[in-house]
Ligand binder design. Structure first.
Ligand code: SF4
Length: 311
C-alpha cells in the first residue's frame, strides 16, 4: 500500500472524495486561550497534539495520494481549526517540534506553504521560536494572519501589548512579500486582523498604534500599514456561538437566521463542506457556514478513520 495511513479510506472507496474536499489535517485541536469571540470560548478540553512523527507520515501519505492522482490540493489545507496553530509543540526524541516544523512538512509533502491564523505567540518560547524560524524561511508559509482583539483574555495588560509588539516585529518583514495562499493571491504574506465590535474600534486602533510603535516601526511604516487593508484589516466580530452558548461579546453581529440557526455563507472564500483529519484519527465533516462538525461515516454508518498506527 503506497499510503498505509489512508488504507481505511481506500477500502471504503472514499479516498478521492476526501482528497477532493480536504481542508484540515489537524496538528492540534482545541484551545484554552478563551478568547470571548471564539467558538472555543468555554472549552476546557485539553489541547490535543498529533505526535510529529505520526503527523509527518500522515501528511506524506496525503501528499503521495495527491501525486498518484496527478493532482494537487485545490485549496489550502490547514493544521488546525478551532485552536491556535502556534500552540503546537511536541517532544520528538531529543527535540521539540513546533509550527515551523509543521510548515516544513506542508511545503515538502503538500506542495503548499502553511496558512496560519494566530492570536500570537503569547511570548511562549516554542511559539516565538517558530515565528522566527518561519520569518527566516517564509517559503514554508502561504500567509500569516495575526489577530489582535479586545476579546483576547490578555487585552488591557502590558504583557499582551509587549507580546503582540514582539510578534509584529518578527513578522513585519513579511509585509514585503506576496501571499502564496491560493485563496488570497492578491494579498501579502502577513496581515493583521484587528477584530472588534464597532463600538470598540477606536480603542482597538489606539492599541494598534501603540503596538506598532513598540514593535519599532517608524511612523511612516505604521501609517502605511494602517492605510492598507492588505496589511491591517479592521474586522467585525460575529456571534459564531461558543461552548457555552451564544457569544458573550457585547454587540457581536448575529448570524442567526430563521429558527435560530447560525449560517454565514462564505462561498467566495470557502466551500461549504470540508473534511478534516483529527488528532485521534477520526475523519469529520466540517460545515463551514454553520460552524458545526459531524462524524464522517463509511459503509454501514461506521465512523470513518485514518490508520494512525500505520502512519
Ligand atoms: S480565537 Fe484562537 S486563540 Fe482564541 S480561543 Fe479561539 S482558537 Fe483559541
Amino acid at each position: 500500500m503506497a499510503y498505509p495511513s489512508l488504507s481505511p479510506l481506500v477500502e471504503q472507496g472514499l479516498l478521492d472524495e476526501i482528497l477532493d474536499n480536504l481542508g484540515f489535517i489537524h496538528a492540534n485541536d482545541h484551545c484554552r486561550r478563551n478568547c470571548t469571540h471564539c467558538p472555543a470560548f468555554g472549552d476546557t478540553s485539553p489541547v490535543q497534539m498529533t505526535p510529529f512523527a505520526t503527523l509527518t507520515r500522515l501528511v506524506r501519505d496525503v501528499g503521495e495520494a495527491f501525486r498518484d492522482r496527478g493532482i494537487s490540493p485545490k485549496r489550502s489545507i490547514v493544521s488546525w481549526r478551532i485552536s491556535d496553530p502556534l500552540d503546537y509543540h511536541v517532544r520528538d526524541g531529543e527535540t521539540t517540534r513546533n509550527t515551523f516544523d509543521v510548515a516544513r512538512i506542508w511545503r515538502e509533502h503538500l506542495g503548499q506553504g502553511l496558512y496560519l491564523v494566530t492570536n500570537g505567540s503569547e511570548g511562549k518560547r516554542f511559539a516565538r521560536t517558530a515565528l522566527r524560524q518561519i520569518a527566516a524561511r517564509p517559503d514554508v508559509l502561504s500567509q500569516a494572519k495575526l489577530t489582535i482583539t479586545p476579546c483576547d483574555q490578555g487585552w488591557g495588560s502590558e504583557r499582551y501589548l509587549q507580546n503582540i509588539a514582539d510578534d509584529i516585529s518578527v513578522l513585519a518583514p513579511l509585509w514585503d512579500l506576496g501571499s502564496t495562499r491560493m485563496e488570497d493571491p492578491d494579498g501579502l504574506r502577513f496581515r493583521i486582523n484587528l477584530k472588534s465590535t464597532a463600538d470598540r474600534r477606536e480603542e482597538a486602533l489606539e492599541f494598534m498604534a501603540r503596538a506598532m510603535d513598540l514593535a519599532g516601526l517608524d511612523a511612516g511604516a505604521a501609517q502605511k500599514a494602517l492605510a492598507d487593508p492588505r496589511r491591517i484589516s479592521a474586522k467585525d466580530i460575529y456571534d459564531l456561538g461558543s461552548y457555552v452558548g451564544d457569544s458573550p461579546v457585547v454587540n457581536a453581529i448575529s448570524i442567526k437566521g430563521e429558527g435560530g440557526k447560525r449560517f454565514k455563507d462564505t462561498a467566495e472564500t470557502r466551500s461549504h463542506h470540508q473534511y478534516g483529519i483529527y488528532p485521534d484519527g477520526a475523519v469529520r465533516v466540517i460545515d463551514m457556514y454553520e460552524f458545526k462538525v459531524y462524524e464522517a461515516t463509511g459503509e454501514g454508518g461506521a465512523p470513518l478513520r485514518v490508520d494512525l498506527r500505520a502512519a
